[in-house]
Design a binder for this molecule. Sequence first.
Ligand SMILES: Nc1ncnc2c1ncn2[C@@H]1O[C@H](COP(=O)(O)OP(=O)(O)OP(=O)(O)O)[C@@H](O)[C@H]1O
Length: 369
Amino acid sequence: MITFDKVTKAYPDGTTAVNELDLECPSGKITALVGPSGCGKTTSLRMINRLIEPTSGTISLDGESTADMDPALLRRRIGYVIQHAGLFPHRTIVDNVATMPKLLGKTKKEARTRAMELLETVGLAAHFADRYPWQLSGGQQQRVGVARALAADPAFMLMDEPFSAVDPVVRSQLQDEFLRLQKEIGKTIIIVTHDIDEALKLGDQVVVLRTGGVLAQAATPLELLTEPADEFVADFVGRDRGYRSLGFANLDGRVETVAEPVARLGDSASEALARASDDWLLIVDPANKPIGWVQPANVVGSIRPDDVNLSGTVADAHGTMRALLDAALSAPSKRGVVVDGDGVLVGTVTAHAAVAAIESADLAGAVAR
Ligand SMILES: Nc1ncnc2c1ncn2[C@@H]1O[C@H](COP(=O)(O)OP(=O)(O)OP(=O)(O)O)[C@@H](O)[C@H]1O
């Protein structure tokens, strides 16, 4: 746990960057710090590893005040990732990552082995190891930055706009990979971003700061979307927050599926027609995993892959309300297909039933707002 206790940073010119900040960042979780430009996000982050010293107040790691720690030793306990990765330009990728293991006393060979493992962990192929940073794309450099921050196996990670220098597609991939990685490594992470969508996607806890470094709200993404503390947070979180909150509302137990008649590729048109409850019939594979929808009336002979309409999305029974609604709206039959964790058909749900489930759930207020 990283704890801020009445932490203030005032610069000599009179700017108060952070003002009496009280905050708890739980162990093994991601805390996303977000807010308008100049609200003190980076200052808050850099006070944790003492790149900036607080004017007053205390920051502690697992109850131990950082003020009492040797700054160099403190920084070894905390991985630090910055925008543009900040790699050493004249060192190869593997040497960039091996720097910390070497500092910690590993031999050259051990450090290289560790660095190669870390590059694999962050999804970089071994052939990148002997390149220089300028020979990598922005997204690949960010991965190296993460690998380097993990090299000392720190319990804590600080990340300052780590994904903002890459294009939106790569950014989204890096975010997904990062979430997968965090499931394995379970570090205590604070990530700074100016992008509320990134904060909501990555943060277990999202902390909104307002100008002057004042805490506006610290909450889960769902709470922030459904119960913004005030007008400032509501505006910052955005207009379609009711709809977006569905992306954080789990389906478990909130919606009942209806059994759906099915057919298989190769079944005859007449069989399919007899089985269908309306114009559309769901096609499944031999393992009962949905493939798509056919209109039996348009099938000549037996059902072939070309007859199948693939436009509908599929919702996981343990996924989100948003995915369920999307499945219902995107299916040509208007019945959203729900599957279990193995992709096997559970049943279908109409948009009407999905909305009814949303209205009856705790989310009702947020959706209506
Ligand atoms: N060395 C300094 N001297 C005076 N003021 C400073 C100094 N460093 C930062 N500030 C001010 O402190 C405030 C907070 O800066 P900080 O970099 O923490 O904001 P931020 O939320 O990370 O902003 P951004 O999203 O634009 O990066 C700003 O008003 C900034 O101008």
